[in-house]
Design a protein around this ligand. Sequence first.
Ligand code: CTP
Length: 402
Amino acid sequence: MARIVLGVTGGIAAYKSALLLRLLLAEGHEVRVVPTANALRMVGAATWEALSGHTAHTSVFDDATGAEHVGLGQWAELMVVAPATANFLARAAAGIADDLLGTTLLVVTAPVLVVPAMHTEMWRNAATRANVELLRSRGIHVMEPAVGRLTGPDSGPGRLPEPPEIAAVALALLGPRPLAGTRVVVSAGGTREAIDPVRFIGNRSSGRQGIEIARAAAALGAEVELVAANVDDALLVGLGAAITRVESAAQLADRMVERIDADVLVMAAAVADHRPVSVAGHKVKKAGDTTTLALEQTPDILAGLVAARRSGQTIVGFAAETGDADASARTHAEAKARRKGADLLVFNEVSGSKGFGDVPNEVVMLDAAGGEVARAAGSKADVARAVVGEVVRLRSAARMTR
Ligand code: CTP
């Protein structure tokens, strides 16, 4: 199931887009319709809303609190504009963004298909030709109009292609979706273990790596849940995954166990190894120059998931290691891979601020025997795509041998 934005502009063929919408929905995709003001003169908002099940906004001011003018573009895995008028092509070429469709087009990074429909003279006009060339040079896919009967008695190139043809071209742009139908649960962030009502033991994990893994899995068609421990809301915009918020290691463990039947479990969260033996009901007063806090171990969630694993399941763990007097970071990671038994242990070396926040990452992926299976480097999104790619490879290899 993909997330699709369907833009509709004010051409007579707008009614055909209602059929296009139905086709996309029938294939199981989630579609948000963004009509222009002129499109609503052809087909009313009620039609788009009843068919899509979502409000159909036109102006950036319709839902200012929801910041839809950026949100929709970030959310989309595919954008289709059908019909696209000559006026829309000119506005898109110039980057004009005075309505929701215009702003969404400037924000979207997913593939965009534009399906022009207009009179032959307008289609052949030098200004329109130049706009189409410019849009194509920017990587926007512009379909050729069909040839045939136009609005009046005349005919020629300029007709909107039939909806099934548009749907086929649009869905082909989505690319491979090897995780379609696969349930993926990813934990991310850092847990907080309460000391008293105002204090906790936490860690420096931003959750970015796990969030990017969720995003990368969703982009390949997976049905994703992110179990988010104390992550910044701004990082979750347009994620394409269900989000369950947790705070402590115990809450995170409970949610992972509830989802133990998922096909892929990824433990990217930085889980506290210890928590206070008891949580004070009131704010603890300072006592003396030194003080002692009694801690107990938290359960090892990853080890629990591995112990309960069923066949066909893929389990991924993470290890951020530093070298010490006993061994190098790599040696520690290899030992951890063998100890944890996950199908994939994603290891990175951390030191000081390296590995935390919005910084490039470098990882080595190890199998359950501690052997190296792959490496990846780059942004957290790059690393996430590589890790998810490895999950896809492992799952298809496992299917072959079954
Ligand atoms: N993990 C977990 N439950 C815990 C602690 C860690 O599931 N209580 C998971 C992390 O999400 C990660 C992996 O285990 O995927 C490795 O985490 P790390 O803290 O490096 O492992 P530890 O077993 O705590 O090892 P160490 O002795 O190095 O602290």
